[in-house]
Design a binder for this molecule. Structure first.
Ligand SMILES: [Zn+2]
Ligand SMILES: [Zn+2]
Length: 175
C-alpha cells in the first residue's frame, strides 16, 4: 500500500494507481471493526507544483456489532479520500494540519485508507433498520421471535395481562 512518487518530478504529472490488499492488520481491536475480504482502492497522485495531491476511493466490507442486538453483521463501505502532501516542511507561518509532510518519495496509503473507512462508518450501526434489539429483561434477541417475558403487551392490554397473570397465580395456588 505504498506509492512511490519519485517519478512525479514535473508539475502536472500524475500517477494512477489501483489495487487490492488483504489488509491483515488493517484495523486494531479498539476500532471495533473487522475486515471481511480485502480492501479495494484506486486513485491518483498529482504533482501540483507546491505539493502532491492524493485522491481516490476505497471500498471494503467490514464486520461490526449491531448497536441494538449486538449481533455481528457485515457492512459495505465505500468512500472517497483526499490528502495533500508537501515534500519539505512548510514554513512555520503556513503550518496547516491539512497538509502532510512526506519523508522521501513514498506515500503510505494504509493510514489514509484506514481513516477513510473508519470515518465512513455510520454513527448508528444497525443490522437492519427495524432491528428489534434485545429484551431488556432476559437479553433474548427479539429478532429471533418474542421471548417469554411478555414485554410486548400493548399498554392498553396491560391491565388485562395483569388480570390473567393473577388468575394464573390463583389457580397455581389452589392446586
Ligand atoms: Zn440488530
Ligand atoms: Zn425477555
Amino acid at each position: 500500500m505504498k506509492i512511490n512518487i519519485g517519478e512525479l518530478n514535473q508539475p502536472g504529472s500524475q500517477l494512477e494507481f489501483s489495487g487490492e490488499d488483504p489488509g491483515g492488520d488493517f484495523f486494531s481491536p479498539e476500532d471495533g471493526v473487522r475486515l471481511q475480504g480485502s480492501i479495494a482502492f484506486e486513485g491518483r497522485v498529482l504533482n501540483e507544483g507546491q505539493g502532491f495531491l492524493l485522491e481516490g476511493r476505497v471500498k471494503a466490507t467490514v464486520v461490526v456489532n449491531c448497536d441494538r442486538c449486538l449481533e455481528k453483521f457485515s457492512l459495505k463501505l465505500e468512500a472517497p479520500f483526499r490528502e495533500e502532501y508537501r515534500k519539505s516542511p512548510a514554513a512555520p507561518a503556513a503550518e496547516e494540519d491539512e497538509v502532510k509532510v512526506l519523508e522521501g518519495d513514498i506515500i503510505d496509503l494504509k493510514p489514509v485508507l484506514r481513516e477513510t473507512l473508519l470515518l465512513a462508518l455510520p454513527m448508528k450501526r444497525l443490522c437492519r433498520e427495524d432491528c428489534k434489539g434485545l429484551c431488556p429483561r432476559c437479553g433474548h434477541n427479539l429478532n429471533r421471535g418474542p421471548c417469554r417475558c411478555a414485554p410486548d403487551v400493548d399498554a392498553r392490554l396491560a391491565p388485562l395481562q395483569k388480570l390473567w397473570s393473577e388468575r394464573e397465580g390463583g389457580e397455581d395456588g389452589s392446586t
